[in-house]
Design a protein around this ligand. Structure first.
Ligand SMILES: C[S@@+](CC[C@H](N)C(=O)[O-])C[C@H]1O[C@@H](n2cnc3c(N)ncnc32)[C@H](O)[C@@H]1O
Length: 275
C-alpha cells in the first residue's frame, strides 16, 4: 500500500538511458490508442509488436496493478530495452515475451484486451496474427489497434511518381504503388478483423501533419533514414538511385519552396474489434 511514498528518483546514467525516448511517430499513434482504448479493472492485456515497450508500459501503469499486461515482440534488442524500462520504472504488472504474434503463447480464451500500436504493417502474415488474436481472446474480448492508412504521405508519393515520369522510369511505378498500398484502408483492415471472426465495433479516423523545411531536411532526418529509406531504395536498381533520388529531392525542394515548407499528411485510425 502507498508504495509510491517510498519512491526515490535517482539520477543515474542507467535511468536516463531509458527516459524520454519514445519516437514522435509512435507517440502520435499511441495518443490515439490511449484516447479510445478501454480501461477496466482486472484485465489481462496483450500488446503485439510492443517494440521498446510502447504502449504496454504506459497502458500497464494507466491500468494499475489489478491488470496483468504482456508485451510480445520477436525483436531481441527492443525487448531488452523494454525490460530495462520495466526495471527502472519499477512497473510490476508487465512482462515481455520474446516471440512472434503469429503463434501466441497463451491458452484459448485467456485474454481480455489485445492492443497494437503500428504493428500490423510490420507483421509478415497479418491474417495469421488476427486468427491467433481471435483464438486467445475471451468471448467479448477486444482487439484495438492503431495504424497509418493508405494515403499516407500522399504529397511525397506524388512527387516521387513525378520524378519517375520525368526520368522515363515508369516501369518502376508499380513497385512504388505497391509500397504505398502496403498501408491498408479502413475496409481492408476491417476485413482482417471479420475474416478472423471478430466484429468491428469502433473506428476513429484522424489526420495529422508532419512538417519539414524542405526535401533535403526530410530525406536526411534520422527517422526517414532508419524507417523508410530502405524500402524506397529497394524499389530502385542501385545504379539508378543517385539520379532518381536527386530528382525526387529536387521535386520535394521545389514543392516546399512554392508551398512555404514540406507538409506531409498522415491519415491514421483506431480500429477495435470484438470476439
Ligand atoms: C513500427 S514498430 C512499433 C513498435 C511499438 N509498438 C511502437 O509503437 O513504437 C513494429 C513492431 O512490430 C514488431 N513485429 C514485427 N513482426 C512481428 C510479429 N510477427 N509479432 C510481433 N511483433 C512483430 C517489430 O519487431 C516492431 O517492434
Amino acid at each position: 500500500m502507498r508504495d509510491y511514498l517510498q519512491y526515490k528518483f535517482e539520477d543515474t546514467p542507467g535511468f536516463i538511458n531509458t527516459f524520454d525516448e519514445l519516437p514522435l511517430w509512435s507517440a502520435t499513434f499511441g495518443l490515439l490508442l490511449l484516447k479510445h482504448v478501454e480501461l477496466k479493472r482486472n484485465l489481462t492485456v496483450l500488446d503485439i509488436g510492443s517494440g521498446a515497450g510502447f504502449p504496454i508500459l504506459e497502458l500497464a501503469q494507466r491500468l494499475g496493478t489489478s491488470c496483468k499486461c504482456y508485451g510480445i515482440d520477436p525483436w531481441v534488442n527492443a525487448n531488452s530495452r523494454a525490460k530495462q524500462k520495466i526495471s527502472n520504472y519499477g512497473v510490476t504488472n508487465v512482462a515481455i515475451i520474446e516471440t512472434s504474434a503469429a503463434s501466441l503463447p497463451f491458452e484459448e480464451g485467456s485474454i481480455d484486451l489485445i492492443v497494437s500500436n503500428l504493428g500490423i504493417n510490420n507483421f509478415d502474415d497479418p491474417p495469421l496474427v488476427f486468427k491467433e488474436c481471435n483464438r486467445v481472446l475471451k468471448p467479448g474480448g477486444k482487439l484495438a489497434l492503431t495504424t497509418n492508412l493508405n494515403g499516407h504521405w500522399k504529397e511525397f508519393y506524388t512527387l516521387f511518381e513525378d520524378a519517375l515520369h520525368q526520368l522515363g522510369k515508369t516501369k518502376l511505378l508499380p513497385a512504388l504503388t505497391k509500397d504505398q498500398e502496403h498501408r491498408g484502408t479502413i475496409e481492408s483492415i476491417s476485413k482482417l478483423f471479420t475474416n478472423s471472426g471478430l466484429t468491428v465495433n469502433r473506428v476513429f479516423e484522424e489526420i495529422f501533419e508532419m512538417r519539414f523545411l524542405d526535401g533535403t531536411a526530410f530525406l536526411n532526418h534520422s527517422f526517414i533514414k532508419l524507417g523508410w529509406l530502405g524500402s524506397w531504395k529497394s524499389i530502385i536498381p542501385e545504379a539508378e538511385q543517385p539520379a532518381i533520388f536527386g530528382q525526387l529531392e529536387h521535386n520535394l525542394n521545389a514543392y516546399a519552396e512554392k508551398m512555404g515548407g514540406l507538409t506531409l499528411t498522415v491519415p491514421m485510425a483506431f480500429i477495435e474489434g470484438q470476439k
